[in-house]
Design a protein around this ligand. Structure first.
Ligand SMILES: CC(C)(COP(=O)(O)OP(=O)(O)OC[C@H]1O[C@@H](n2cnc3c(N)ncnc32)[C@H](O)[C@@H]1OP(=O)(O)O)[C@@H](O)C(=O)NCCC(=O)NCCS
Length: 232
């Protein structure tokens, strides 16, 4: 069972496991993935995405297997909540203000060739954009993976036209490696997706193919829904 008390603390935020057993988490996810800004990001991919969950029970079902992986490996989604100064995480468990999710994915799909370094993802409700919260959450999660699992290299994948995400990668110190087909980033699909690739801590002469960042053994590329990696 996911530890409900696990959390990472930043100056303004808490990150904790996105927990399918927690109704408040699932209710927030339904709101998040049906919000106009996220629907627009999905639409930008021109992909046939499965419809987003419309209820707590649908969200729970969609996220059950991801929770098992999160528990075993730490790889998966973390929910971001506002931190109230001078209050313990456990003291305010009843009534949190959730802003979005941040994810760290490694070997996302057991049967598909996936990138060998963890990749970071993010999704915030629009009312929390432009305040530095996404950067704060991403930096904290990368630091956590560095301290607890020794990761020094990170990747980021997004749709080539997702300007906001790419600005965030740049703010986080990632380098732009251009647009390419990458396998193992689309939910339940062995096809490679054409994505903008950003990396951090990877030397410029490293062949990204050696890190599993490439078309893999999948089928021809498609403009798949990169957002599915966050919601599936
Ligand atoms: C991508 C996304 C998370 C970026 O959010 P963001 O709020 O722009 O990112 P940050 O947290 O880094 O915020 C930086 C902005 O906050 C401002 N800011 C305000 N107060 C700040 C503070 N205390 N500290 C740091 N920055 C602050 C910065 O000046 C910057 O503003 P600017 O963009 O006008 O220069 C957001 O656009 C989003 O959720 N989009 C939809 C989902 C999506 O596309 N996900 C990716 C799918 S692959």
């Amino acid at each position: 069972m996911l530890d409900p008390n696990f959390h990472i603390t930043t100056p303004r935020l808490y990150l904790s496991y996105l927990n399918p057993s927690n109704d408040a988490h699932m209710s927030f996810m339904v709101r998040l993935v049906n919000s106009p800004e996220i629907v627009a990001v999905v639409a930008q991919t021109h992909a046939k995405s499965p419809p987003p969950p419309q209820s707590v029970s649908e969200a729970r079902l969609a996220m059950a297997s991801a929770a098992e992986r999160l528990e075993k490996t730490g790889s998966g989604r973390y929910i971001i909540s506002l931190r109230t100064p001078d209050t313990d995480f456990t003291d305010e468990s009843g009534d949190r203000e959730y802003l979005g999710i941040v994810s760290m994915q490694l070997k996302r799909f057991p049967d598909i060739e996936c990138p060998k370094i963890p990749d970071i993802g993010f999704l915030l409700l629009s009312e929390y954009h432009g305040k530095g919260y996404a950067s704060e959450a991403c930096n904290a999660l990368m630091q956590h993976f560095k301290e607890t699992r020794g990761h020094e290299r990170f990747a980021g994948f997004t749709h080539p036209e997702n300007v906001n995400s790419q600005r965030l990668f740049r703010r986080l110190g990632f380098e732009d490696r251009g647009t390419m087909d990458v396998a193992g980033v689309i939910w339940g699909n062995s096809s490679a997706a054409r994505v903008a690739v950003w990396v951090k801590g990877v030397s410029p002469d490293t062949d990204l193919g050696d890190l599993g960042i490439g078309p893999g053994l999948g089928e021809a590329s498609n403009m798949g829904s990169v957002v599915n990696k966050l919601v599936g």
